[in-house]
Design a protein. Sequence first.
Length: 317
Amino acid sequence: MNTETLDLNLLRLFDFIYASRSVSQAAEALRLTQPAVSQGLSRLRNSLGDPLFVRAGGGVRPTPRADRMAPAVHAALHALESAVADSAGFDPAKASKVFRLYMTDIGEGRFLPALITALQQRAPYSRIETLRPGMNELALALDQGRVDLAIGFVPDLRNMRSTVLFHDRYAILMRKGHPFTRARRGHTTHTQDIGTLEFITVRTHTYTHTALQALQLQDRVRLTTEHFMALPAILEATDLAVIMPRNIALSSFAPNRQFAVIDADFPLREFDVGVHWSPRYDADPANRWLRGLITELYQEQPLPAKDRRTPRSSVIR
């Protein structure tokens, strides 16, 4: 095969199909029609004399030849993208860029206000879109550039770059006048005390339920909601409680209301919140600039170990 006549776009198409194991997903990521992708794949097959992919269970499976090619093709495309991006640079004051970010519903409330304010000041022609692909699709979306960055606690991401923004832990949020806060004032909260509470769980944040399961308290659930944003009004009107990230409770739920945040010993309750991106875009100027802005806005010094382990309760006024 004569590489001088090979269309570079065909290698890019090959890279996307190999990563997604799907012609239709590659077409979506490349913003092409599926027939156009199929036609391009046929041209590449003819050039290389190999089928490259065969049909398998709702998608495609690479041939041994494709498996041998894939690492070199991916590395070459990444090097070329980085070289072109570096030569073009990124001027936030002039660029018109759509940044696509993954974050949860409570993450939007925590991160977007300061981020969009800073973006309007420093990159006035750019904008932000938030997306929420399924967790099993997120790594691929980052690798394909359909999502630029993921912000939050995303433990299931594999082979991604990340920077820790701050350390957090799960706590219990309830109304300030809750009987539990009066009964436990000045006392350490133990696991057996948690069993006296009744809880709300949130489908989009599984830890609100799995923590109770681990403590064998799932029968204490009285309400399950789809999202966090309805919780403040519910908590103010009832004696229900919810398990949620302490940082979110303090920064997003508390400022205009009176709530109590109770620290307690949950299993695996401590975690790191970070910004995550694909190694393919490590050197991309726009991606790198936004990562720097997010780090500047949100990165905090880690808590001392003694503070991480000491349960305490606090009332937000």
